[in-house]
Design a protein around this ligand. Structure first.
Ligand SMILES: Nc1nc2c(ncn2[C@@H]2O[C@H](COP(=O)(O)OP(=O)(O)OP(=O)(O)O)[C@@H](O)[C@H]2O)c(=O)[nH]1
Ligand SMILES: [Mg+2]
Length: 395
């Protein structure tokens, strides 16, 4: 019996060491993944013991994944298809505690079975302590990048006097983050630049994660593959209203763009109905809450969004007003995509600040072993735009 226990222990340690070595050195052998088909090969999905073998999710029916070579050592198994995807977190060194909490939950609820990599971005170097404490949470590849100066800071062509005066005015009016220059930089960066970062260029898909967010439920299926296999481009969980004082002229500039670039607008089957109640005359302030996004990087890099961002950026509203990346991304997704390319991840229980999305059906909630209370979901509170989304897609 003792010999058997020793044999199992030695086998486990050997397997774990081999997997760790593979994860460490595979990226060096092929740092850009298999670009031909956009897929990278990473360890397989192994379900937790006792998890339901077949169930429904917002990503369709779940089929029991093969228990390929379950070693009895935990969650590690052999290789299967993975998307060319990464988590991306923009953070400051001071965000460490929140970053740790987010990564820990993401690993527990999803990524320990999938091994997707992480990219952390910051306008200054991450401290060694930050890197060490994040790395200990995951065996996945983790990269830390510094943002190029010209992608982060207020550009020279912005009238600094005017921007400062407007920020002062917003501060006086208690517009949330209106007087915070770093926040303006962050919103512009998330709108127009994160997908161009050298560490991000090799990926096709990303999942945006913020410090101190919560993942309430087990995520049994791979959302990246779901996006890829179902011709989806943009995925969200929560939809909210923007603060009017932050986007005073945004819709005027969007209408200008639509008039100038009709070739980019998906006029027939877009999601205009989600963002406008009067067929485009005005913006109803609804947006997908971009602190959670699972989306295509190629969409942001494509000609339509490149023209869209350039048009808005030239208007200066990231500094003269306080345009957020959430309305900018959402308006773009709503106008430049077909509405069926936008996906609501109903089964991903998620929380940012006090606002929580909890799966609505008991079946999903139970299958996900969710920590949240469906009764406390923000989705159908008066501040939520979820009813508009439901109406648009006939849910
Ligand atoms: N490197 C860096 N990251 C930032 C900065 N400001 C914000 N971020 C990150 O940008 C993302 C959005 O910032 P938040 O402060 O969470 O903004 P928010 O979600 O609109 O507001 P909260 O309700 O406060 O969460 C988060 O991932 C932050 O960690 C900054 O000045 N530098
Ligand atoms: Mg936040």
């Amino acid at each position: 019996m003792q010999r058997r226990a020793r044999y199992v222990a030695v086998t486990c340690i050997t397997l774990l060491t081999l997997v760790a070595l593979y994860r460490k050195y595979a990226p060096l052998l092929d740092p850009y993944g298999s670009s031909e088909d956009s897929l990278v090969s990473l360890p397989d999905y192994a379900p937790e013991s006792g998890s339901p073998s077949t169930r429904e999710s917002s990503m369709g029916p779940l089929h029991p994944p093969a228990m390929s070579g379950d070693s009895g050592c935990g969650n590690i198994s052999s290789s299967e298809r993975r998307a060319n995807a990464t988590f991306i977190m923009l953070a400051r060194n001071s965000d460490l505690k929140g970053a740790l909490l987010s990564v820990r939950q993401l690993e527990d609820r999803f990524n320990r079975r999938y091994g997707y990599p992480y990219v952390f971005l910051n306008e200054e170097e991450f401290s060694e302590d930050f890197k060490r404490r994040i790395r200990v949470l995951t065996p996945s590849r983790v990269e830390f990048g510094v943002i190029p100066r010209e992608h982060w800071f207020q550009p020279d062509w912005i009238d600094a006097g005017k921007a400062n005066a407007e920020m002062g005015r917003m501060e006086q009016m208690n517009v949330k983050y209106g007087g915070n220059l770093a926040y303006h930089n962050m919103c512009r960066y998330n709108s127009g630049f994160f997908f161009q970062h050298p560490l991000v260029l090799k990926y096709k898909w990303y999942w945006r994660v913020e410090p101190s967010v919560k993942f309430h439920c087990d995520i049994a299926r791979d959302p990246f593959l779901f996006m890829e296999e179902n011709d989806k481009v943009y995925g969200f969980t929560l939809a909210v209203y923007e603060i009017p004082a932050t986007i005073r002229s945004l819709w005027t500039h969007v209408k200008e763009f639509m008039a100038r670039h009709p070739e980019h607008i998906h006029a027939e089957d877009n999601a205009l109905g989600f963002i406008s109640d009067d067929d485009g005359r005005s913006y109803n302030r609804c947006h997908f809450w971009s602190n959670f996004e699972i989306a295509s990087l190629d969409f942001w890099r494509g000609a339509a969004y490149t023209d869209f961002f350039a048009h808005l950026d030239a208007a200066g509203g990231f500094y003269y007003e306080r345009w957020g990346d959430a309305p900018v991304h959402s308006i773009a997704a709503a106008l430049l995509l077909r509405k069926d390319q936008i996906h609501l991840f109903e089964d991903i229980g998620y929380q940012h600040d006090d606002w929580s999305h909890c799966p609505r059906t008991h079946e999903m909630w139970e299958a996900g072993r969710c920590l949240c209370d469906s009764g406390n979901s923000f989705d159908y509170s008066p501040d939520s735009c979820r009813p508009k989304w439901d109406a648009l897609v006939g849910a």
